[in-house]
Ligand binder design. Structure first.
Ligand SMILES: Cc1ncc(COP(=O)(O)O)c(C=O)c1O
Length: 432
């Protein structure tokens, strides 16, 4: 089990603020809002809060969250229009930009899951009858295509081989043969652990069809894989709170370029959703960022506190974002190397396209999910089975995102590797 069972509340002593730094600034920060948010953390007094002992959650999301984030989630109920809450929301919007290295793209933080990001794209950026191209590298590509069709888009898909990515030359050829309003790709397809070349895809689309929007489903990559929104020329990055962003599930996080916002603003037909409409949400995001409250639908107040706390850890000075990506790569390499030494083969067809926040492994010959996963769970290590319908009983997935990947003192990666070794030895002994 993780940690000792202790929840100790000592009034008068400060929460471990060292690990929740104040926001570091980028040019997009409105510094006038900082003291209030910082005051929120300072005003809460709790010396040590440790979450209850539990099995180590190393599926590719939701992931382990820090005590500080969980404690922020336990904030007393607040009005969503309270002057204390407004800067917490505003700072969360600003820090979201920092994580993606963008100066002026527009974040949308809306109660919902990652799936709501697909709905936002389909409802706001494509008009019925317009063409969309989906680069499909697994289960989540199927779903994004399905969502786009639901809103009336005419969808073409280029399907990668299982465990592979779509070659840039095929993307270029498709874009030259037909006009597409947007291209979508799954940055890390969580069903396969395959990492697509976001920078290369964006550059290819920009050069072959400059008006086409580039949309990244980055639910399983934000904050665990490097994403340079402005420098790479992305138009939408959509994600959710429960993976690399280290927050409990329940928040849809989408960032749209000013180009995408202009595309939305110049629609000829009405937006095809009520809850997902940017007509409703854009003024809300702008209001909170400028220090005012506005209402369309109640925001998930406590989750925004938790997300703000996690963003402070992610954008804080130590480790820097660059170091965070390096630590994810190192943890990933450790898991992958150890697994290979044990005889597991990776699902991605080439190591260069394997994600850094998760690992997908084929079961060795003669073994199946039932031989390994319950045994790992008995050792308090929870991994995920396969997801792709054709192969789901043949492989499994380990998540190593967020605090499990970057805080080696927790020993999460050691624990995963040790449990894998033991469970494999036990399974082999049973079969012998
Ligand atoms: C790549 C990817 N896209 C979209 C989703 C959908 O997100 P959610 O389950 O939060 O709705 C997931 C969920 O795991 C995902 O991994």
């Amino acid at each position: 089990m993780l940690r000792r069972a202790s929840v100790r509340v000592c009034l008068g002593r400060a929460l471990r603020l060292s690990s929740i730094p104040p926001p570091t600034s980028t040019s997009s920060y409105h510094s006038s809002h900082l003291p209030r948010t910082t005051a929120f953390f300072l005003s809460r007094t709790m010396s040590t809060f440790h979450q209850e002992p539990h099995k180590l959650l190393v599926i590719p999301g939701p992931i382990e969250v820090t005590d500080e984030v969980l404690y922020a989630n336990a904030h007393p109920s607040m009005s969503h229009i309270s002057p204390d809450f407004i800067p917490v929301f505003g700072d969360a919007i600003r820090m979201t930009r920092e994580v993606l290295f963008t100066q002026d793209a527009q974040p949308f933080l809306i109660a919902g899951s990652g799936t709501l990001g697909w709905d936002q794209v389909a409802a706001n950026l494509v008009e019925p009858g317009e063409n969309a191209l989906v680069l499909n590298s697994g289960y989540f590509g199927d779903s994004f295509a399905d969502c786009l069709r639901t809103y009336g888009a005419v969808v073409d898909e280029i399907k990668a081989p299982f465990g592979g990515t779509v070659p840039l030359s095929e993307i270029e050829a498709a874009l030259k043969s037909k006009k597409y309003k947007l291209v979508t790709f799954t940055h890390v397809d969580t069903s396969t652990g395959v990492l697509s070349d976001a920078r290369g895809i964006a550059a290819t689309v920009r050069s072959a069809s400059p008006d086409t929007l580039v949309v990244a489903d980055a639910v399983c990559s934000v904050a665990s894989e490097e994403i340079r929104f402005d420098a790479w020329g992305l138009d939408v990055v959509l994600t959710a709170s429960q993976k690399g962003l280290g927050t409990p599930p329940g928040l849809s996080i989408l960032v749209a370029s000013q180009r995408a916002i202009k595309t939305f603003e110049s629609r000829k037909s009405p937006v095809t959703s009520y809850y997902a409409s940017w007509t409703k949400w854009l003024p809300i995001m702008q209001a909170y960022e400028s220090g005012n409250a506005a209402y369309f639908a109640t925001p998930p107040v406590n989750l925004i506190y938790a997300y703000n706390a996690s963003l402070r850890q992610i954008t804080g000075a130590t480790p820097s974002l660059e170091e965070r990506f390096r630590l994810h790569r190192e943890s990933s390499q450790r898991v992958k190397k150890e697994a290979e030494q044990l005889g597991f083969k990776q699902l991605p067809l080439d190591p260069s396209i394997a994600a850094n926040g998760m690992t997908a492994l084929w079961f060795p010959e003669g073994l199946a999910a039932a031989d390994l996963l319950p045994s790992l769970a008995k050792k308090d290590v929870v991994v995920a089975g396969g997801l792709h319908k054709d192969y789901k009983l043949k492989y499994f997935r380990i998540g190593h995102m967020g605090v499990s990947a970057i805080d080696s003192q927790r020993g999460d990666i050691d624990k995963v590797i040790a449990a894998l070794k033991e469970s494999l030895a036990e399974a082999k002994a049973k079969k012998a």
